[in-house]
Write a protein that binds this ligand. Structure first.
Ligand SMILES: *[C@@H]1O[C@H](CO)[C@@H](O)[C@H](O)[C@H]1NC(C)=O
Ligand SMILES: *[C@@H]1O[C@H](CO)[C@@H](O)[C@H](O)[C@H]1NC(C)=O
Length: 423
């Protein structure tokens, strides 16, 4: 009953606050209450708040919330309460990523790791580390409080990129800068975009409205619905300052540059927004989709039943076509966020390099700019399976993540092939 007991107490103290705040919980009540009844000291976890001892300050389950109260977060394998008759009033809950599980043998309950794909990946990582099979640039999977994958994954010394809760790589990549990356990369826009495309888009005739993101997976500070544009928070995507002048704008009359939060440095296609009213705020792929929709609607009005664009082709969240771009002659190139070719990466049709082309290495190398430790890419812009650094070579996956231990002798690597230098 621990949980419900706590909730009832909190609720009662809430009620007493609402109905008699003037009478009961007025200034000075608590000092008198504490003087008369005293407070039981809170558990010290909230004051330590380190890796092993932590908790959450909450309103105390006492009248007027007079006493300090710390809800302790229990650690893995610590005793917890599932609630139920006679369970007493132990207060505390299993820490992040843990859940209270009854042990069928001794009948008690313990905090156990929630079972999830991310936790399993962590366990595998730890096992391999104890066996000494770990490479120096391998990254322990980072899980969130619910046991899902954290919003991004990193390749040490290279870049970090957004990932879904299931650990699938998503749009959004920045240079790896240690904890600075952790602070600036949230991937909220990238993740929302993915959810919309996965859950809403399928089965719809026309492309659905999805937020516009910047290349790091955050929200573009400007979002438009029709021709009405708003300023949004780059992390949450929530509209900000809706009532302040300059923070909303009507494109029928004003260009997007008049909006207080418009940042030209983040816009890869400013020329599409210029001209005379009505103005636009768009990107090449969004624009092409809009033209297709218009054409279809027009031909319907004209009495045709057109369905010749059975596929719209998905736009990237930043309004581009993605990094692998097909040219008119049907060859493919790797393109940056403005659509320009990156270095000389390309592939000709009907070759294996063409089919497997993903340009992930080309783009990573482009994002890293002029730094010296850029990865080596295949001619089609994919990661070369073997990357070498400071006298050691290692196998990497298609996202450039190290797999297994590095070695000074290339031939001893599991992914070694005689043509490893040229992919
Ligand atoms: C957290 O603080 C407590 C109390 O000071 C201490 O016993 C414990 O070892 C600390 N844990 C870590 C990981 O520093
Ligand atoms: C904006 O788009 C409309 C079509 O919706 C077009 O007619 C107009 O010329 C565009 N405006 C500019 C300034 O390019």
């Amino acid at each position: 009953m621990a949980g419900s007991h706590l909730i009832i107490c909190l609720f009662l103290s809430f009620l007493s606050r609402v109905y008699s705040s003037d009478v009961l919980c007025e200034k000075g009540f608590c000092s008198e209450f504490i003087h008369k009844h005293g407070c039981s000291p809170p558990v010290p976890h909230c004051s330590y708040n380190n890796a092993t001892h932590n908790g959450l300050w909450l309103p105390s389950p006492t009248i007027c919330n007079c006493c300090p109260f710390c809800l302790e977060f229990l650690r893995e394998d610590e005793h917890c309460s599932l609630g139920g008759p006679g369970a007493g009033t132990t207060v505390g809950r299993c820490g992040d990523g843990l859940t209270c599980v009854a042990d069928p043998i001794d009948g008690y309950s313990y905090c156990k790791k929630m079972s999830s794909k991310c936790h399993t990946a962590q366990t595998n990582f730890d096992t391999r580390r104890t066996r000494g099979e770990m490479g120096s640039l391998e990254f322990r999977p980072h899980c969130d409080a619910k046991g899902k994958y954290a919003p991004f994954d990193c390749v040490l010394t290279q870049t970090c990129f957004c990932q879904s809760e299931e650990g699938e790589r998503l749009f959004g990549e920045v240079v790896y800068r240690g904890t600075l990356t952790t602070q600036s990369m949230h991937c909220g826009c990238s993740r929302l975009h993915q959810r919309i495309m996965k859950r809403i888009q399928p089965g719809l005739a026309f492309p659905v409205f999805a937020p516009r993101c910047t290349s790091d997976g955050n929200f573009f500070p400007v979002q438009c619905i029709g021709r009405k544009c708003y300023c949004v928070d780059r992390v949450t995507g929530h509209i900000v300052n809706a009532n302040r002048p300059g923070y909303t704008l009507d494109l029928r009359k004003y260009p997007i540059t008049d909006l207080a939060c418009y940042d030209p440095a983040l816009d890869n296609f400013p020329h599409l927004n210029e001209g005379s009213p009505p103005y636009n705020f768009t990107a090449p792929c969004f624009e092409e989709q809009r033209l297709k929709v218009e054409m279809i609607q027009q031909s319907k009005e004209d009495g045709f039943n057109v369905d010749f664009f059975n596929s719209f082709g998905e736009c990237m969240p930043d309004g581009t076509y993605g990094h692998v771009v097909m040219k008119r002659d049907r060859s493919k190139i790797c393109a940056d966020e403005t659509g320009r070719q990156i270095a000389k990466y390309s592939a000709a049709p009907n070759t294996p390099e063409y089919e497997s082309m993903n340009c992930k290495c080309a783009y990573t190398s482009h994002v890293m700019g002029s730094t010296s430790e850029r990865p080596v890419c295949c001619k089609n812009g994919n990661f070369r399976r073997i990357q070498c650094r400071r006298g050691f070579c290692r196998c990497v996956d298609e996202d450039g993540r190290q797999q297994g231990r590095e070695a000074a002798d290339v031939t001893s690597l599991s992914c070694f092939t005689t043509n490893w230098r040229t992919c």
